[in-house]
Design a protein around this ligand. Structure first.
Ligand code: FAD
Length: 360
């Protein structure tokens, strides 16, 4: 197969919206796309792709967070997400406009949609990335000189080939950097909370491209009968400034009552390690780590958590990490900015009491 690389240009971000509101990860990816686009070339644009019905107002927010262009695909049949409908219109748009990179948030919808689009495009997809990079010199070489890609001249092992997509592999024990050297677009899903949003530029504008979708009811095999929001308490770990997490060191599920009291006191939300989730002490929606949520709060309290690599993968970029653990050799202390060696059942009540004193 040969792909004409020169036909592909610009970075697209699937700007996921629900109920007419952009997901935070969409804005994070626009920020990341903005950075990558400038690394590729001065005329590479970062473009938000918004799909839905009556969602044109979201374009402005995308511009203010760094998008140069917005592709709008609107149709009453696209009001709610369906795998069939969204896959079709996005695939059609990619075929028509040929972006060289397409990024999606690794949300439930992104994880459903991106592989379907990748299969339609006959291209690769790197799921769950935590880092993206391009090297300018090599990237330009590929875009300009290898106009028609001759796969026999291409060394897929060359680490400088195009977009380098990094994700944890082998249970988080190593980081794998993956390239997509033979096909375009290069596609990845990226975990929420990993990339940085740009500073909002009030009033920023850009170009809107209205894409007329070719979609009919017959393209969508599923029918949405009703939408029922999860009855569970929603945990917004990705947006939290302060997270108080508990682990197996709590000893039993009632330990989370203390963690909740602690979180309420400091204005935070409750997180957990997987061990606590596996023990049935708390719902998975609270889990931080490789198979839970990736977080980047201003302060992360790790209470009775040893610091396994899979837990660190989800919280080690927090601004400040405070670890409370009775084992002075616990690995969590290697990433902690402040370490308290002691029994959490003594330490946390003392912090709460100090907080009360400070407030009085
Ligand atoms: P432990 O490792 O048992 O640590 C408990 C800690 O509590 C110890 O350090 C102990 O010294 C301390 N302690 C005990 N009593 C007290 C006390 N009274 N006061 C203070 N400290 C005390 N884990 C995650 O967290 N998130 C993930 O997303 C995740 N994904 C995984 C994916 C894969 C593929 C695999 C293989 C594993 C994954 N894990 C994940 C599991 C991970 O390897 C660890 O098993 C888990 O993080 C351990 O949880 P913990 O630190 O709570 O428990």
């Amino acid at each position: 197969m040969s792909t004409n690389f020169a036909d592909y240009k610009n970075i697209w971000v699937y700007a996921e919206q629900r109920d007419g509101k952009l997901m935070n990860v969409a804005l994070e990816l626009i920020g990341e796309g903005h950075k990558l686009s400038r690394d590729i070339s001065a005329d590479t644009k970062v473009c938000a792709l918004i799909v839905g019905d009556g969602i044109g107002h979201l374009a402005q927010e995308c511009f203010e967070y760094g998008a140069d262009q917005v592709y709008l695909i609107e149709d009453p049949l696209l009001k709610n997400f369906t795998t069939d409908g969204y896959t079709k219109v996005i695939s059609d748009a990619i075929n028509e406009y040929k972006p060289e990179i397409v990024m999606y948030g690794a949300t439930h919808i992104g994880r459903d949609l991106a592989p379907r689009v990748a299969a339609r495009m006959d291209t690769g997809l790197t799921a769950d990335c935590t880092h993206l990079d391009v090297k300018v010199a090599n990237y330009i070489k590929f875009a300009n000189e290898n106009t028609t890609l001759n796969t026999s001249s291409l060394d897929p092992d060359d680490p400088d080939t195009g977009l380098k997509m990094t994700r944890p592999a082998f249970g988080g024990n190593l980081m794998a950097t993956i390239i997509c050297p033979r096909t375009r677009p290069q596609m990845s899903t990226v975990r929420p909370g990993v990339m940085q949003k740009m500073e909002r530029m009030e009033g920023a504008t850009g170009e809107i491209i209205n894409v007329k979708p070719a979609i009919s009811e017959g393209d969508i095999r599923t029918k949405i009968v009703d939408i029922v929001k999860s009855a569970k308490e929603l945990v917004s770990l990705t947006d939290a400034d302060i997270i108080c997490s508990g682990g197996r060191g709590l000893g039993d599920p009632s330990g989370f009552e203390l963690i909740k009291e602690f979180a309420d006191k400091v204005g935070g939300v409750v997180g957990s390690s997987r061990a606590a989730v596996d023990a049935g002490w708390i719902d998975h929606s609270h889990q931080v780590g490789q198979t839970g949520t990736t977080v980047k709060p201003k302060i992360y309290f790790a209470c009775g958590i040893s610091g396994a690599i899979q837990h660190l993968a989800g919280m080690q970029t927090s601004d400040i990490i405070v670890a409370i653990n009775k084992d002075p050799d616990a690995p969590i202390f290697e990433v902690a900015d402040y370490g308290i060696v002691g029994d959490l059942y003594k330490v946390i009540p003392e912090i709460i009491a100090e907080w009360d004193n400070a407030e009085a």
